[in-house]
Write a protein that binds this ligand. Sequence first.
Ligand SMILES: Nc1ncnc2c1ncn2[C@@H]1O[C@H](COP(=O)(O)OP(=O)(O)OP(=O)(O)O)[C@@H](O)[C@H]1O
Ligand SMILES: [Mg+2]
Ligand SMILES: [Zn+2]
Length: 507
Amino acid sequence: MVLYAKVFGETPVGLNGAGVIVEVDLERGLPGFEIVGLPDMAVRESRERVRTALKNSGFPFPQNRITVNLAPANLRKDGSGLDLPIAVGILVSLGVLPQDKVKDKVFIGELSLEGVIREVNGVLPMVLEARRQGIREIFIPRGNEEEGCLVDGVSVFTPGDLKEMAAHLLHPCLQPLPHKELTVPDTELPDIDFADVHGQKVVKRALEIAAAGGHNILLVGSPGSGKTMLARRLPTILPPMTKEEALEVTKIYSIAGLLNHKKRLINERPFRSPHHTITLSALIGGGMVPVPGEVTLSHNGVLFLDEFPEFSRAALEVLRQPLEDHFVTINRVHGSYVFPASFLMVCAQNPCPCGFLGDESRECTCRPFEIERYQRKISGPLADRIDLQVYVPRVKYQDLQVRERGETSAQIRARVCAARDIQLQRLKGLGIYCNAAMNHRQVERFCKLDAACNALLEHAFNSLGLSARSYDRILKVARTIADLSQSDTILVSHIAEAIQLRTQQNP
Ligand SMILES: Nc1ncnc2c1ncn2[C@@H]1O[C@H](COP(=O)(O)OP(=O)(O)OP(=O)(O)O)[C@@H](O)[C@H]1O
Ligand SMILES: [Mg+2]
Ligand SMILES: [Zn+2]
């Protein structure tokens, strides 16, 4: 008997992996099994699984006092993915496996009571971290195979159970996974299309600009004017994700445990539409060990908030920080977690409680203070972060009658993609992918104005009482409008349209 073993595992921390050293020590004395370095509940469960899995796989279970130490001590270990390295460590300490067969290797996986290696969350970031540490061989659950294939430069194996794992370590018999690039297909458009929407030229134009530059947009209109219908069609005109974007999103869904069996990788932009009763932690991320919330799950995609004013005041307020910074920070006793949250926010709402303020055909029955209270729910600072604010008028009867279909999503999307390609070129190497994500310095660098543009903007500022934040935001939208018309420089007409689209929600 060796009595001591050292094996490597990984644990998810925020959106990344972190290495864990599993040390196993056998001492003479009364039989016992202790794990230190894990939270109470997890220890109890892991202990039971490892003990039973070893026995049911036909391995001896030591009759000594077993102490498993998970280092570093100050790192909060999360999840059941440490079962496998603990079990392997015990086998090494018993002399069933030689210590030199496990060095330079990382083990990730939960054990079932029969010894089957079960899938866990966060495999992609953990494998990436192991590779960064210089590990050569990584063992992951078979259920996480698709994620393992994405990482090249290391050998990733998927043993089915503990027995197969041990057999392979003694006499290599498993083949490493083939490497596969994360492919981003040219999105198959769902059976909804902008051609279904009659009229609404102005709103469609605004949505095209939103899609092209990743700008937030608010749709205000009376009931049945088509706000929900229009917003749901936004994904049909978004450009495909770049590989980097797709990898970021896949990592997020891996950590959140949302990669289901059929579709393991995320290569289409997320479209999330949480209900207005959503809790704060589901929106922003939270829990004992923080998991990503809706703002992070819509990273590189769309967050659609229908019936915007129905969301709680608190929920709307917490959106302010990610909308500005494009990430969220969640503080916990054992550290703070940062999750990316760069999303395109689409909001839809009625103009007043009864819904008919500004409608041509029906009278608004609200009293002025009711209207004020309703509109005040979206505070100034939040409204300030919404670049495009448009009124959706009720579609005219003549427009509904028109038989020929309008422009299709595919036609609009072609223009959006062309504009996005220009942005990707311009922003290359900056870690951002669209105009909306530019920070103040980048705006100064990429959105230069001539005297005429400056004069127009100054006039708008003084007459409309715009804030400093809206200054940058108008410039970004103008940049996108210029990109849509393939113009290197921002022209007066681009600035004018950007100002108009920002201030148009009032009928
Ligand atoms: N421009 C349009 N072209 C074709 N159909 C339309 C148009 N506008 C509305 N509709 C029809 O009206 C229905 C209701 O639209 P939708 O649910 O999007 O309205 P809404 O503005 O979200 O209303 P509410 O404020 O009540 O949520 C749509 O499903 C569609 O059938
Ligand atoms: Mg609606
Ligand atoms: Zn009203």
